[in-house]
Design a protein. Structure first.
Length: 115
């Protein structure tokens, strides 16, 4: 697990790298999740892909072996860490899921011309 940056509120943005590439300068694949804090399925899909890939690799599945030999895989399961934390804190307080549907990150300094 690597820390690749900080969010607006200072939380760590973490990534997972999986590679056994034997090819110099091999191509990379980036898979990200939870851009929107109320969509946790994309986080779950990141974890599912990682676990599936590692399971298939451990079983010497030829497709998994080829993928890991020829590519560098990078996963960022949660990009919107601040929004995810805000939803969790809201739910701990309110206990009503419908009230805790924050989608955006917590940066309130945005340009009105960009959406």
């Amino acid at each position: 697990m690597n820390i690749i940056g900080k969010t607006y509120l200072g939380s760590d943005i973490k990534s997972i790298e999986i590679t056994k590439s034997i090819i110099p300068n091999s191509k990379s694949i980036l898979i990200t999740g939870m851009h929107h804090a109320r969509e946790p399925m994309s986080f779950s899909m990141n974890l599912f892909i990682i676990l599936k890939l590692l399971r298939e690799y451990s079983m010497s599945n030829e497709n998994a072996l080829k993928l890991l030999r020829t590519r560098n895989l990078y996963f960022i399961p949660i990009i919107n860490v601040d929004g995810y934390k805000a939803n969790n804190l809201c739910y701990e307080k309110e206990k009503v899921l419908e009230k805790c549907q924050i989608r955006k990150n917590r940066n309130n300094n945005f340009n009105n011309n960009c959406y």
